[in-house]
Write a protein that binds this ligand. Structure first.
Ligand code: ATP
Length: 263
C-alpha cells in the first residue's frame, strides 16, 4: 500500500480509530463536485453524530462552502450521496432538506432588510407552519435565545454586524433543525461577541442540535469542536480530535507554517 493510500484510509471518518458517541445524523459518502474544469470536491466522506459539534476547516478554496452547498441542496453533488438521519437527501431541493431537519447560515449574511427582525426570524419558522401567530411565537422564542428580542420590531437592515450574525443564526434556529451548518458566522465579530456566539453553540448542543461549523478563527474552532474535519483542494486530509488534527503533518503542510491557536 502506498503512503497516499494509507493517508486516504486514515482520514475516512468511518475508519478513523475513534470511539464516538451517539447515532449518525449526517453522512457524506464519496461526495464530489465539479464546476466545468474544476474539481472543487473529490470523494469526500464525513459524518456527524447526534449532539456533536464538528469543525470543518481548510485553507481558502479548499471546498468547505461547496460541501455545505452540496449538503444543504443549494446544488446537487456531481457524485456521491448525502444522508440525513439515514434518508438520502442529495439531489433534493433546499426547502425539502430544510423541512427534513437541516438548516444552514450563509457566509454573507442576507437579512431581508426591509422586514423587521422578527419577520426575518419568521421566515425560518414558516417552514413548519403557515399560521402567522404560531410562526411569530417560534420566531420570538428564537430571538430571546439569541438575545435580539428587544430589537424584534426594528428593521433588520439597521442592525450592527454582530446583531445581523445573531439574526442569521435565529433564522436558521427558527426552522428547529436537528443539524445546523454554520458558515463563518463569527467572521467580523468582536472577541466578546465571538464568546457569546460560542456560548449559543454550546446551548444549542445541550438542546440536542448537532452543529457543523466552518470557521477561520482557529482558536474558536479548536475550543468548541469535538472533532475537526480538514479539507484541502477538495479532498479530506484529516479527521480527529482538535489536538490531534493540529499536529497532523498533512494539515500543517496545507496551512504552511501551521496554526496560531493562541492568537
Ligand atoms: N458556483 C461556483 N462555480 C464555479 N466555481 C466555484 C463555485 N463555487 C466555488 N467554486 C470554486 O470551488 C473551489 C472551492 O471553493 P469554496 O468556496 O467551496 O472554498 P472554501 O473552502 O469555502 O473557501 P473560503 O475559505 O475561501 O471560503 C474554489 O476554487 C472556488 O473558486
Amino acid at each position: 500500500m502506498s503512503a497516499d493510500e494509507t493517508n486516504a484510509q486514515s482520514v475516512d471518518d468511518a475508519d478513523a480509530d475513534i470511539d464516538r458517541d451517539g447515532e449518525q445524523i449526517l453522512s457524506v459518502e464519496g461526495v464530489g463536485k465539479r464546476f466545468s474544469g474544476l474539481q472543487a470536491l473529490d470523494d469526500v466522506d464525513m459524518t456527524v453524530n447526534r449532539g456533536e459539534i464538528i469543525g470543518l476547516i481548510g485553507p481558502n478554496g479548499a471546498g468547505k462552502t461547496t460541501l455545505f452547498n452540496c449538503i444543504s441542496g443549494a446544488f446537487p453533488p456531481t457524485s456521491g450521496t448525502v444522508r440525513l438521519d439515514g434518508e438520502v437527501i442529495s439531489g433534493l431541493p433546499a426547502h425539502k432538506i430544510a423541512r427534513a431537519g437541516l438548516a444552514r447560515t450563509f457566509q454573507i449574511t442576507r437579512p431581508l432588510e426591509e422586514l423587521t427582525v422578527v419577520e426575518n426570524a419568521m421566515v425560518g419558522a414558516h417552514i413548519h407552519t403557515r399560521r402567522r401567530g404560531e410562526a411569530r411565537e417560534i420566531a420570538m422564542e428564537t430571538l430571546e435565545f439569541v438575545g435580539l428580542a428587544d430589537k424584534a420590531e426594528e428593521e433588520a437592515g439597521e442592525l450592527t454586524v454582530g446583531a445581523q450574525k445573531r439574526l442569521e443564526l435565529a433564522r436558521a434556529v427558527s426552522t428547529r433543525p436537528e443539524i445546523l451548518l454554520l458558515d463563518e458566522i463569527m467572521a467580523g465579530l468582536t472577541p466578546s461577541e465571538s464568546n457569546q456566539m460560542l456560548d449559543l453553540f454550546r446551548q444549542l448542543r445541550e438542546r440536542g442540535t448537532s452543529l457543523l461549523i466552518i470557521e477561520h478563527d482557529m482558536k474558536a474552532i479548536m475550543n468548541i469542536s469535538d472533532y475537526v474535519k480538514v479539507l484541502d483542494q477538495g479532498k479530506g486530509i484529516a479527521f480527529g480530535a482538535p489536538e490531534t488534527v493540529v499536529e497532523d503533518d498533512r494539515v500543517i503542510e496545507a496551512y504552511i507554517g501551521g496554526f496560531d491557536v493562541d492568537a
